[in-house]
Design a protein around this ligand. Structure first.
Ligand SMILES: [Zn+2]
Length: 337
């Protein structure tokens, strides 16, 4: 987890405060669930929220609604070595959580807490459990034992087994509030709020993604892609040439951008009287120019091709990425013709 989300303890991001207060109120009323299904969009701070909640229930002297940040338990959480906190993740990002990993969890769940309080499990992302792993977890969700908290995190609720869902209390996390998120990103990155707002649009309103964009200089990459697209339209460079310069980049990300620009062109083509309709102001001139002359049929067809390509990339077929980009960029060239 990135350091920005910790001070002396994991932070509950401002737009999630309402959910935090709600859960702590349940705790005060002794109605705290033993299993939570924390559901919400990517990049809004769910993992840190879960870690903060773990930290809170494990803390020996909570101060009101937050962990103290100083006790032995808080120190252990901060060091990543708390014996009563178990993080279950795929061995490799993007891979499934396997049954053997869930079986290892059994030993933890049914042993006594070493620090004499709660035992907490965080499963992230819970939708990556394969069916055997999910079934192995069911029993633990039914009889977790005293003072146990199991948190399952997901941004793909539809992929969770109904039997798992029905055994957890679901907590739906709201998308990040625009004003709060803009202010937060602006403070974190020490940039003007206009730049923070722009980053948030590009990051599909995911504040954590917005931070990553700035830190990885994805704005630089984006400018390079936009320049390539403009060069193709103006016949300054060939589609093959631009594909050559881009195919080694993160194509899932690039095609996500491309798709959102197509959506902008379509919106703008249908509402030519309203230039303010564009969401992606960094690509404004090119998108507006294209919107004026594009053939709608061609545009929708191209949008479909981009979606198919994104799906193929995600399924990790043995793709020839260079060829894929050449094809798409050639289509892009023909859009304005
Ligand atoms: Zn503490």
């Amino acid at each position: 987890m990135s350091d920005e989300l910790w001070q002396d303890k994991p932070l509950v991001l401002p737009w999630l405060k309402g959910r935090w207060d709600y859960l702590l109120e349940l705790k005060t009323q002794n109605r705290f669930p033993h299993a939570l299904l924390i559901n919400g969009p990517e990049g809004i701070g769910k993992a840190c929220f879960a870690m903060a909640l773990a930290n809170y229930v494990l803390c020996r002297s909570p101060q009101g609604n937050t962990a103290c940040g100083h006790c032995r338990s808080c120190e252990l959480t901060r060091s990543g070595g708390h014996p009563d906190l178990y993080l279950l993740k795929p061995d490799d990002p993007g891979k499934p959580i396997k049954i053997d990993q869930v079986r290892e969890l059994t030993t933890f769940i049914y042993s006594t807490a070493q620090q004499g309080g709660y035992r907490v499990v965080i499963i992230d992302p819970a939708d990556s459990m394969n069916i055997n792993a999910a079934n192995a977890l069911l029993k633990m969700l039914e009889e977790p034992g005293e003072q146990t908290l199991i948190m399952l995190l997901t941004h793909r609720l539809g992929q969770m087994l109904p039997t798992i869902k029905s055994r957890c209390q679901r907590v739906d996390m709201p998308p990040a509030d625009v004003a709060l998120a803009t202010q937060w990103v602006s403070t974190q990155l020490q940039v003007e709020s206009a730049e923070a707002a722009q980053l948030l649009v590009i990051a599909h309103h995911s504040p954590l993604q917005a931070l990553a964009y700035k830190q990885d200089d994805l704005l630089g990459l984006r400018a390079k892609v936009l320049k390539g697209l403009a060069d193709i339209l103006k016949s300054r460079r060939s589609a093959v040439d631009v594909a050559q310069s881009l195919y080694k980049e993160d194509l899932e990300l690039l095609l996500g951008w491309l798709y959102s620009w197509i959506v902008d062109i379509a919106r703008s083509a249908e509402n030519q009287a309203d230039p303010e309709i564009l969401r992606h102001t960094d690509a404004r001139n090119m998108l507006l120019a294209l919107a004026r002359k594009v053939n709608h049929q061609k545009l929708y067809c191209f949008a479909d091709q981009v979606q198919v390509a994104r799906k193929e990339l995600m399924l990790r077929h043995n793709l020839n990425k260079q060829l894929l980009m050449e094809k798409l960029l050639s289509e892009w060239y023909s859009l304005a013709r």
